[in-house]
Structure formats: C-alpha cells, structure tokens
Write a protein that binds this ligand. Structure first.
Ligand SMILES: NC(=O)c1ccc[n+]([C@@H]2O[C@H](COP(=O)([O-])OP(=O)(O)OC[C@H]3O[C@@H](n4cnc5c(N)ncnc54)[C@H](O)[C@@H]3O)[C@@H](O)[C@H]2O)c1
Length: 257
C-alpha cells in the first residue's frame, strides 16, 4: 500500500498508460480521480478499479478547456477534500515532418499536450500550495531528448513539457511540491497502434523498426510506465525534484549515447 490514503488525479486515464496507472495507484491504496474525454473509456477504468475493491471517480473534462478543468478540480475537492498527486498524462500523437503538419493539427497537438499540462496544474497547484505538499508528474517522452524522424510537432510538445517541469519545480519547491517528468520510449498502447497504422504500410515492419531504436527486445508495456509513476507519486521519491525519469528500453542512453 504505497499510496495509502492518497488522492490522485490522472488525466487521460481511460486508456493505455493512464488506465494502467489508475489501476495500480488504486491497488496501492489511493482514491483515484479518473479523468478522460471519453465517457465509455473513463467509466471502464472506474469499473475495473471498483471490481478489484478500489476507490475511483470518473470526471469527464477536456484538459484544454479552462471551464471544464476548473469544474473537475472543484468536484474532486468536494468529494475527496484534497489532491495529493496530479498525473498530467493525457496526450495525442502527431506524425510528419514540420512542413507536412497542417496548422490545425499543429494547434491541436500543442493544445492537448502542453495546455493540457498547464491547465490542470493551474487549478490544482493552489490547493497543494495551501497544504504545502503535493506531487505532480508530467508526461514527457524520450522524444524530448533524441531526434526521431517525422515527429516534429509531437517532439516540440514533449520538449516543452520537460522544460515546463523544471520551471514548475523551481517555483513550487518552497511550497513542498515536487514536480517530475516521465520519459517513456515506445509503449504498446492504442496510441502506438494508431501511430503504426498511420505511419507504415506494414505495421509489423514498423514495429521492427521501432525495436531497432532501443536495446530491449521487447516494447514497453503500460505497466512499466505505471510503476515509474507510482514511484514518483509516492514518498519513496521524495529526493527527486524536477527530474526526467526514463522508461525507454535503452533508447536514450543505450542506442544513441
Ligand atoms: N505510448 C507511448 O509509446 C508513449 C511514449 C511516450 C509518451 N507517451 C505519452 O503518454 C501519454 C498517454 O499515452 P497512451 O499511449 O497511454 O495514449 P492513449 O491514446 O492510449 O490514451 C490517452 C488518453 O487520453 C485521453 N485524452 C485525449 N485527449 C484528451 C483531452 N483533451 N482531455 C482529456 N483526456 C484526453 C484519450 O481519450 C485517451 O483515453 C500521452 O501523453 C503520450 O504522449 C506515450
């Protein structure tokens, strides 16, 4: 029970890494606020947690909408009284060289992947400041550290999230708040399955080329990232501040070092 009595809010928790993390946090004793845009997926995460004996509440909110994020924060606080950990996980992928990215697609990915970290933090941090404690986990990616072909817009968002994490940490350290970033490599989730379909004529060949970027022979699993998030959410990581945590099968420091 590494998160006993903690209240954790996870954005984009209806699928993939967010869903796996919500289940793990609940199994470790946390009450989990499951945020997503997709009611079916969000409710599915809550049902899984409740079936396993855990506590969870689904709150629909688009992380790019101030009104919805503010209302989500108030609802979560009304129900649980506080938020100990915020995992800014929601995000979308973007494929293409810079000149191939249409302005609308550029704006959309910037909005979900960066504003979607800014807004939940903006509304939840003041409550953490008041209590002089809290931990925030921002979802970056190892693309923030290495150049990957045809990922321009996505890489720009994840680099921004890493820079934002360091700045937030400096500002909020005096209030007892820790802010760290997760940098996963390729993790087999619906997000990557969509990417494979959109980017390769033969998704199997795409999978093989992704494996060549890393040292591990396996792709990452959502549970691998969930375990890293658990460490950052728990007091076990109390000396980690403003840090990137890599879960990438050796993609950054192995193949490209
Ligand atoms: N899968 C990977 O290989 C990988 C690698 C590095 C980083 N990441 C990052 O991890 C995060 C989760 O990725 P995943 O692979 O689990 O994706 P996923 O597509 O399986 O899940 C993302 C969830 O976010 C939700 N979402 C999307 N837009 C939203 C919005 N505006 N408001 C609220 N919820 C929204 C979706 O409905 C979905 O349930 C993303 O930020 C992604 O960039 C993923």
């Amino acid at each position: 029970m590494r998160l006993r009595d903690k209240v954790c809010l996870i954005t984009g928790a209806g699928s993939g890494i967010g869903q796996s993390t919500a289940a793990l946090f609940a199994a470790e004793g946390a009450a989990v606020i499951v945020n997503d845009l997709d009611d079916g997926k969000g409710q599915d995460t809550v049902s899984r947690i409740e079936a396993a004996g855990g506590t969870a509440l689904y709150i629909r909110a688009d992380v790019t909408r101030p009104d919805e994020v503010s209302a989500m924060t108030e609802r979560a606080l009304a129900r649980f009284g506080r938020i100990d950990a915020l995992f800014n996980n929601a995000g979308i992928s973007g494929v293409g060289m810079l000149h191939e990215v249409e302005p609308d697609a550029w704006d959309r990915i910037m909005s979900i992947n960066i504003k979607g970290v800014y807004l939940p933090s903006k509304y939840i941090v003041p409550h953490m400041m008041e209590r002089r404690q809290g931990t925030i986990i921002n979802m970056s990616s190892c693309v923030a550290e290495i150049g990957l072909a045809r990922r321009a817009s996505y890489a720009a968002t994840k680099g921004a999230v890493l820079a934002l994490t360091k700045s937030m940490q400096v500002d909020y350290a005096p209030y007892g708040i820790r802010v760290n970033a997760l940098l996963p490599g390729t993790i087999l989730t619906p997000f990557v399955e969509t990417y494979l379909r959109n980017s390769y004529d033969d998704p199997e060949a795409g999978l093989e080329s992704i494996k060549k970027r890393q040292l591990s022979e396996e792709l990452g699993r959502p549970e691998d990232v969930a375990k890293a998030a658990l460490f950052l959410a728990s007091d076990e990581s109390k000396f980690m501040m403003g840090s990137p945590l890599y879960i990438d099968g050796g993609a950054v420091f192995g193949k490209n070092a």
